[in-house]
Design a protein around this ligand. Structure first.
Ligand code: ADP
Length: 495
């Protein structure tokens, strides 16, 4: 077996990171770099592709240097990435024709609404498992084709390539030799039929997107070609690719149907493994490809909440009632569960299962005695309530997890996890390694390279740090959730 390390690149929304692992998935070293966010207009969010690429090469070089590694030491590379973010570049020069349009960007909202008004959402949803929402890549591609001079003609002539961030990084790492993505990333574009596993001609026609733009779709663990760029110092095979939330499920060893992970970073993303069944939600959740390994598709049910850890940043930066996010834990411990006061952090509308873009945040139920500590604690509680709404929606769709595996920056907060377990009435497990996303990319690469023998072997590498079990009385849980639903009802638009 060649090499002794696995190298995983995590290209996220605010930063890029490279982690080097040994063959037993122990972290050897890592490097991370932030890059600028570009807000050209309200509701628009872009990234400079060169800033993304520059940060990825810099952290990869840095991690290689810190590990004292050369190309021959790296057995395989895995890539995970911010999903849906859209790039189009010139196949000859490698230059992008426009900035990356980021998943958060809402510029195609009116276009999506027109398509919905034409009654097209059901067709799109049946084929892709998604909704007609600006979040996904399809309408972002259409926007670039329609708004950047000369792009449509070049695209039709086969001179341009579209890719999500994984695909762009792969293209650059392989010196323009490979134009491919994996099935999890393809499943977020609005163009990929998740049942037939093919780019869908009807959808391409609907969004007027030339077929010539699209990459080849491979398994998540596959031969993606050789990275020859000097940031890895020579030739290293790229063997794994998955979108960030799917990679987190893999990092959490969520290989069995029903296994569910919830990631708490800026936002919160819940993904449940539904096995070989593409379960179509009746409750506003998304159907997605959780992984495709050895040609076998595993589907997932996904729900997301826009504001989770970022609510802590709001307490810190806007309300200025805490100095740092971890302070929230001590405050909540001293205060105890808050009843009657609710923070609804609908700063950017409400995600699943409400999908209400016009809802706005509120603090409700204040009395003369309510103070900072109640608001901080109620804000933590709001993240748990929102998770509860997602898990309830999943249960109604027939997926009832018996335990939830959590990860992301916010799970350092043990009080939050106990409260989460209490309101969900489900045990919550925190792993020793809470960096599941980048770990998942390393596992995919390791599996393809023959270092990790099977998903079961990944399961054996998963280590629990702590189990949080429900302790709350049913009547208190019911009271709290009834109050939360009443608070949500009050901030919803149009009802
Ligand atoms: P991302 O990958 O989205 O940038 P991370 O997984 O790094 O996010 O998590 C960072 C988020 O977690 C921040 O929004 C921060 O406010 C929150 N956070 C970090 N530590 C704590 C804590 N102890 N309690 C509550 N929230 C926390």
């Amino acid at each position: 077996m060649k090499g002794k390390f696995l190298l995983a690149i995590d290209q996220g929304t605010s930063s890029s990171r490279t982690v080097i692992y040994d063959h037993d998935a122990r972290v050897i070293t890592s490097a991370q770099q932030e890059f600028p966010q570009i807000y050209p207009q309200p509701g628009w969010v872009e990234h400079d592709p060169e800033a993304i690429w520059g940060s990825v090469t810099a952290v990869t070089r840095d991690a290689m240097h810190k590990a004292g590694a050369v190309a021959a030491d790296i057995s395989a590379i895995g890539i995970t990435n911010q999903r849906e973010t859209t790039l189009i570049w010139d196949r000859d020069t490698g230059e992008c024709v426009y900035n990356a349009i980021v998943w958060q960007d809402r510029r195609t909202a009116a276009y999506c609404q027109t398509l919905k008004d034409d009654g097209l959402e059901a067709t799109v949803s049946k084929k892709t498992g998604l909704r007609l929402d600006p979040y996904f890549s399809g309408t972002k591609i259409a926007w670039i084709l329609d708004h950047v001079d000369g792009v449509r003609e070049k695209a039709e002539a086969g001179k341009l390539a579209f890719g999500t961030i994984d695909c762009f990084l792969l293209w650059r790492l392989t010196g323009g030799k490979v134009h491919a993505t994996d099935a999890t990333n393809a499943s977020r574009t609005l163009l990929f039929n998740i049942h037939s596993q093919e780019w869908d001609e009807e959808l391409l026609a609907l969004f007027s997107i030339p077929r010539e733009l699209l990459p080849e779709v491979r398994d998540s663990a596959a031969d993606f070609g050789l990275a020859t760029h000097d940031c890895v110092g020579g030739n290293v095979p790229v063997c794994g690719i998955a979108g960030d939330q799917q990679a987190a499920l893999i990092g959490q060893a969520g290989f069995e149907p029903g296994m569910t992970k919830s990631t708490y970073g800026t936002g919160c993303f819940v993904v449940a493994n539904t096995g070989s069944e593409a379960l179509q939600s009746e409750n506003q959740l998304l159907t997605t490809i959780a992984m495709r390994i050895n040609g076998k598709v595993t589907y997932g049910l996904e729900g997301s909440v826009f504001v989770a850890g970022s609510a802590m940043q709001w307490l810190r930066d806007e309300l200025r009632v805490i100095d740092a996010a971890p302070e929230s834990e001590g405050i909540a411990r001293d205060t105890g569960v808050v009843e009657g006061v609710y923070v609804v952090p609908a700063f950017a509308g409400l995600g699943a299962p409400y999908w209400d873009p016009d809802a706005r945040g509120a603090i409700l139920g204040l009395t003369r005695g309510s103070g900072r500590d109640d608001i901080v604690t109620a804000t933590l509680q709001s993240v748990a309530y929102q998770t509860c709404d997602l898990i309830d929606a999943m249960s109604e769709d027939g997926i009832k997890p018996s335990v939830i595996r959590v990860d992301g920056g916010m799970v350092a907060n043990g009080w939050f996890l106990q409260f989460l377990s209490d309101v969900l009435n489900i045990p919550v497990e925190r792993p020793k390694n809470v960096e599941s996303t980048v770990l998942g990319a390393a596992y995919l690469a390791g599996y393809q390279a023959g270092i990790v023998s099977s998903p079961d072997a990944i399961g054996e590498l998963w280590r629990r740090d702590k189990l949080f079990e429900p302790e709350m009385q049913a009547d208190q849980r019911e009271r709290l959730l009834a109050g939360w639903h009443d608070a949500v009802r009050r901030v919803r638009s149009g009802i």
